[in-house]
Ligand binder design. Sequence first.
Ligand code: PMP
Length: 400
Amino acid sequence: MKSFNPDLFRQQFPALSEAGCYLDSAATTLKPLSVINATKEYYAHNGATVHRSAHTAAQHATELFDNARLQVAQRLNAASERQIVWTKGTTEAINLVAQSYARPRLQPGDEIIVTESEHHSNLIPWLMVAKQTGANVVKLPLNKWFMPDLSQLPALLSSKTKILAIGHMSNVTGGCPDLHLAITLAHKNGTVVMVDGAQGVVHSPPDVQQLDIDFYAFSAHKLYGPTGIGALYGKAELLAEMSPWQGGGKMLTQASFHGFEAQPVPECFEAGTPNIAGVIGVGAALSWLKTQDIAEAERYACALAQAAYDQLSSIPGFISYRAPGSSLLAFNIEGFHHSDVATLLSEQGVAIRSGQHCAQPLLDAMGVSGTLRASFAPYNQLTDVDRLYDALTHALSLLE
Ligand code: PMP
């Protein structure tokens, strides 16, 4: 039986000994030894490319590479690994959908609904494609908890609405909208849904079939995997309708000066030599995750965030933007600038993020220029909460 032991979990993250009090896992998670070793092993003992050469090392690398795609499909409960396209991460996956799916289909006057709490990665690609096609980006406003107000969605959906762009989990509040409701409403209207899973995938991997998700994007580096690698899940029929957006080696079956014939999905979207070590690292991260009681680990991380919330609530001027139950704690202290506080925390070895979190429209809706954000992972411990509190009260005393 899988179990979660915070000390054993923590021991698997060598960077913790250097990182001090690391409370920035929503930006990127630290990597467990099994991921570090898998990528090291590839570079130290293999190093061959994939899907090209017949020699043993290349074959072994290809097996690991293909197996990782299968593991992603299993994690998302996709019907086939051929619905998984490797990308650099969430950002590239959403841009791929915007350019390859949406751009050829959007007509002037069409609409793309984007929630007001989206990360810039799920806003800017839509603003760009709107400009290219004459379509319009329409805002789905937030409710008083700074969550997408899905009660306003039916009124915004019309025959013009071609895409709904919505996040699985906010990288600021940690709130998760009701994806099932959003997708049901969108599909009733014939609208395709792009889900940004960058934050959500580590906390609650979606069942893409059960939720009937059209497109789902995520980055491995927020899921204990390497940076610079991620994936797009797409419904088979939607991916099949899309044309390749980048040309180059291995995305075609034949080429001449008159043209080329594209490979089937997903290879047609993966031009050029891929990030092999990254993909192998994704496979290692997903194998490792299977050995952990991640549901219990998540509950533990959320309890740490709750403990931090409880402690920090005693500080005068503390304002929290945390969605209840989340492992993220975005906050401000009235009268103090978030970046000044973050700098003083860093000087005391406490790593948290400050600023707009690439979600400027959300921060505008909150009426603040930025926030501090402490994000907890299962490798954190109660002493991290105490260190945050002590460093914060010291920083405020210096700034007063
Ligand atoms: N969406 C959300 C909600 C995120 O938190 C992030 C990363 N901060 C992204 C998208 C972009 O991810 P990446 O930079 O790995 O492409």
